[in-house]
Design a protein around this ligand. Structure first.
Ligand code: NAD
Length: 476
């Protein structure tokens, strides 16, 4: 079977790589070739940034209603072409149907929210102590914004890292994950079909390790929006600090889910299953540590085990499948090492732990101690750890014992406890009686500590992607 060959997207059209080389994008189900992708080199990044920079002069002058129209049209087209996008999300990154559909819905919402934001770039009139002066502030777009995105929710993240920059009058260069370039190129085509001017949105495909620094450090790049691992995030923040650039980081998690003795156990089990195993645990907000108060531990464990063992695994296009394949060999190795390291150090496997080709069975581990890698590092697979705790105070202390702080959940019917946890959990997002995996376009999405810096959302983005200018008018 011949597979499709894809080029970069620069200046509103396909653009060959300077290197003339290609790499193979694999289908994670069986590592068969999915597509041939242009292997970007530094001159390609320079070409894309120069193109976005040249476009910025005219794009910044586009009217809010024009940008609003393009974003709304992109939302319409995405909905109309959803089955095509779903196919790509299934075949390129191993998304079960359920997760692929959620990506489409969320992305449509993000585009619509960004469209609404185009008329909210308001400035202010300011008081002044100078007689005869009118003082005001206006907001200006920054210029070229770089977006660097991960493999796991490629549609959502490519749309998030471009919709608000474009809504606020900036132009974009996107460097997508080398494991999800086709999704990004489809977004480029979507934006072009929606009417965005040539050069306003550009995609360079290739390897972040080879291209990332050139993009981050390019003098015309005014801000870097990064979503990915904490390790790469720290590297990017150091470079941005050195070059005095703005940046935002959406990084990994080690998200706690707490079940108190007065919780609705069925609700908590449902939240734990979705939180731990949606998209085979390859979600930054995955519930990877579950703390259950002793009096309800046995009941929770029995129900959680049954629900986990009934999860569908395999056919990605079946609506009942929750567990698909793990994206690539490096990631599979990490999951295997975490399970092996934990069991060698005394952890008990309650269920799962075995592999069928590239699929890891949903796995629950208990008897976890601090020496195990899984207690602190993000596993990014269908593996969660279960802990019995003596009290709500113990649960809070353990939940906060992590360098990460992205999302957290508390299941309880006690309002006072719920609000105490909401206030004291060290996380950017806390959900009471809801799972750790939640997203909406207008909420302040992000984490603390090793989980990130800055917030994604329409409101914070209005500030992040613009700069204030103070203007005075001496009228008398
Ligand atoms: P990754 O860090 O390996 O890669 C992310 C992106 O960074 C890719 O495009 C990659 O090519 C690029 N990259 C690699 N080295 C780079 C460098 N030196 N400079 C610039 N870019 C470079 O992450 P991944 O495996 O694709 O995704 C999984 C990670 O992303 C997990 O840690 C997950 O928690 C995190 N994530 C976070 C969020 C969030 O919103 N907080 C959302 C999704 C994923």
């Amino acid at each position: 079977m011949t597979i499709a060959r894809h080029q970069h997207w620069i200046g509103g059209m396909e653009a060959n790589s300077t290197s003339g080389e290609y790499f193979t994008d694999l289908n994670p189900i069986d590592d068969s070739p999915y597509a041939e992708i242009a292997k970007g080199v530094q001159p390609d990044i320079e070409r894309a940034v120069e193109t976005a920079h040249a476009c910025f002069d005219s794009y910044r002058q586009s009217l809010p209603k024009e940008r609003q129209g393009w974003l709304l049209q992109a939302a319409e087209l995405l909905q109309a072409e959803s089955s095509d996008f779903i196919d790509t999300l299934v075949d390129e990154v191993g998304s079960p149907l359920l997760k692929a559909k959620r990506e489409i819905e969320t992305s449509v919402s993000i585009l619509r929210s960004a469209a609404g934001a185009t008329h909210h770039l308001a400035g202010k009139t300011l008081p002044t102590d100078v007689p005869g002066r009118l003082s005001m502030s206006i907001r200006r777009p920054l210029g070229v914004i770089a977006g660097i995105t991960p493999f796991n929710v490629p549609l959502i993240k490519n749309i998030k890292h471009s919709a608000m920059p474009l809504a606020t009058g900036n132009t974009v260069v996107l460097l997508p994950s080398e494991h999800a370039p086709v999704t990004a190129l489809k977004v480029a085509k979507l934006f072009a079909d929606a009417g965005f001017p040539k050069g306003s949105f550009n995609v360079v495909t290739g390897f972040g390790t080879e291209l990332g620094d050139t993009l981050t450090c390019h003098p015309h790049v005014r801000m870097v929006g990064f979503t990915g691992s904490s390790r790469v995030g720290h590297h990017i923040s150091a470079l941005c600090g050195k070059h005095a650039k703005r940046y935002s980081l959406e990084l990994g998690g080690k998200n706690p889910l707490v079940v108190l003795k007065d919780a609705d156990i069925d609700q908590a089990v449902q939240g734990s299953v979705v939180g731990s195993f949606l998209y085979q645990g390859q979600i930054c907000m995955a519930s990877s540590r579950i703390y259950v108060e002793q009096p309800v531990y046995d009941e929770f464990l029995t129900k959680f085990l049954v629900a986990t063992q009934h999860l569908g695994m395999g056919d990605l296009r079946s609506p009942s499948t929750m567990i698909g394949p793990i994206i690539h060999e490096r990631q599979r190795k990490r999951i295997k090492e975490h399970i092996q390291d934990a069991t060698m150090k005394g952890a008990k496997v309650l269920c799962g732990g075995n592999w069928q080709q590239n699929y890891c069975q949903p796995t629950i581990l208990t008897d976890i101690n601090d020496q195990m890698r899984i207690s602190r590092e993000e596993t990014f697979g269908p593996v969660t750890t279960l802990h019995a705790v003596g009290s709500a105070d113990d649960a809070l202390k353990l939940a906060n014992d992590s360098n990460h702080g992205l999302s957290a959940s508390i299941y309880t019917t006690n309002l006072t406890q719920a609000m105490r946890f909401a206030e004291h959990l060290e996380a950017g997002m806390v959900h009471i009686n809801g799972t750790t995996i939640q997203d909406e376009p207008h909420i302040p999405f992000g984490g603390v500590g090793d989980s990130g810096f800055g917030r994604e959302s329409t409101d914070p983005d209005l500030s992040d992607f613009t700069e204030w200018k103070w203007v005075t008018f001496q009228h008398s």
